[in-house]
Design a protein around this ligand. Structure first.
Ligand code: BG6
Length: 450
């Protein structure tokens, strides 16, 4: 069967500033929460150099061009533009993104810019980060600088990458900065993320910016482990916790009702001020970005302490296809998720802002990477994108995570994601088999499959 895609479909790949740029002290950049985190005692790796994309972006864009990419999603490091998160602009930092955007445009690669992918200026983190409501106006001010500067050149914007990850890993599990374990704080941070996002969407419209603005969320499709009522309830709770808590405020300016009541009862959080919900309701996005990696299967947890995230427990599926990091490969989940969001909230344009899988890449004797697993992963997910299109779900673009090997937040340089290999000793780059396949697929814009 021949699966054809619309002519204007945007195929691309993505990265994030801290994970690829390196050059952490170059040209006046301020310290970020992740610089701080990786320089705590006993950390085995850090992003000080990473792929050195900051100094090698031209070479990287050349390779993206060879892969026939139509778009590249990257994030701006707030602390390169405003080393303390506010105050004076660091011209050299802005110049870097200027050069990057110009290089992309010259190569006919559409820039897709994310304003915040987790690297918070440390000065702001020290005054409370996203827990401090004042951070919202600092973010707005930072966004305004970028909007004015890139007006007419960058047409695809995303406010925040995966608020859920920072909320859950940074404020509940305590594994990402700022290493907190506090439900009440976590819920407040989620609310501040939503307000910051909404303010910036509003600003985008007020400034009559050309193009589209959205957000990149990472909702998970959740399945109950069995047909038992208690497992079904567990799955509903898990979906509200991981997914709908972040989708509902963006799509409908509200919080899922049951979970909201439970959070108020248990944690008296989030605290909502007059006007907040109106702001969320008025901030209509032009698209919804979805970062999709895996599904979760959950069962009722009889040993729950009663917290919102442990009334359910994760279950490993017999015969499921898992990576070495325990992430389940489940391409159908992408279709299920998009259909559910459309059923719940109506039609919207989607971009798959991240999709990919971390593997241990094994080099051939000549250094080549024959990454059949990654190639197959990407292919299977693209087939699901086609299924969405066929069923009237509007997907406009797809970004492989990641453009190039980079630092995995909690698994370092062992877990590889790139279409482009990086030899981290020499920083030499080469295109993997998956990248060669993707190049041909993009050029054809169709796929033959059985
Ligand atoms: C996404 C993030 O959640 O997952 C990326 O947006 C991240 O930044 C990717 O790299 C994979 O996760 P990890 O932990 O393997 O880096």
């Amino acid at each position: 069967m021949k699966l054809e895609f619309p002519k204007d479909f945007l195929w691309g790949s993505a990265t994030a500033s801290y994970q690829v740029e390196g050059a952490v002290h170059q040209d006046g950049k301020g310290i970020t929460s992740w610089d701080e985190y990786y320089h705590m005692p006993n950390r085995e790796y850090n992003g000080d150099i990473s792929t050195d994309h900051y100094n090698r972006f031209k070479e990287d864009i050349k390779l993206m061009k060879q892969i026939n990419q139509k778009t590249y999603r990257f994030s701006v490091s707030w602390a390169r533009i405003l080393p303390n998160g506010k105050g004076e602009i660091n011209k050299k930092g802005l110049q870097f993104y200027d050069d990057l955007v110009e290089e992309l445009l010259e190569n006919n690669i559409e820039p897709n810019l994310t304003l915040y992918h987790w690297d918070m200026p440390q000065t702001l983190m020290e005054t409370g980060g996203w827990l401090n409501r004042e951070n919202i106006s600092h973010f707005e001010n930072y966004a305004k600088i970028l909007f004015s500067h890139f007006r007419g050149r960058v047409k695809l914007w995303s406010t925040i990458n995966e608020p859920a990850s920072e909320v859950i890993e940074g404020y509940i599990q305590g594994t990402h900065p700022p290493l907190r374990k506090n439900y009440s704080e976590a819920l407040q941070v989620a609310h501040h993320f939503n307000l910051a996002h909404a303010k910036v969407v509003k600003l985008f419209k007020e400034m009559n910016m050309e193009g589209k603005i959205g957000i990149a969320l990472n909702p998970l499709p959740i399945h109950p482990a069995s047909d038992k009522e208690e497992d079904k309830v567990a799955a509903e709770k898990a979906y509200a916790f991981h997914s709908d808590w972040y989708i509902a405020p963006i799509m409908a300016g509200k919080y899922p009702e049951k979970m909201f009541k439970e959070c108020q009862r248990k944690y008296k959080s989030p605290r909502i001020q007059p006007g907040d919900m109106e702001l969320l309701r008025d901030a209509k996005v032009d698209y919804l970005g979805i970062n999709y990696y895996m599904r979760k299967v959950v069962a009722h947890n009889p040993d729950s302490t009663g917290n919102i995230d442990d009334t359910f427990k994760y279950v490993r599926v017999k015969d499921g296809n898992y990576t070495d990091w325990g992430w389940e490969i489940y391409p159908e989940g992408l279709y299920e998720l998009l259909s559910k969001i459309q059923d719940d909230y109506g039609e919207i344009d989607f971009y798959i802002t991240e999709n990919g899988m971390g593997f241990y890449d094994k080099e051939q004797e000549n250094g080549e990477i024959i990454d059949n697993d990654r190639l197959d992963y990407i292919k299977q997910h693209i087939i699901q994108v086609h299924r969405c299109l066929k069923d009237g779900i509007s997907v406009k673009g797809y970004y492989v995570w990641s453009a190039i090997d980079l630092l995995s937040w909690t698994s370092g340089f062992e877990k590889r994601y790139g279409l482009i290999k990086v030899d981290f000793k020499t920083l030499e780059r080469s295109i993997k088999k998956s990248g060669v396949w993707y190049a041909k697929f993009i050029a054809d814009n169709f796929m033959e499959c059985n």
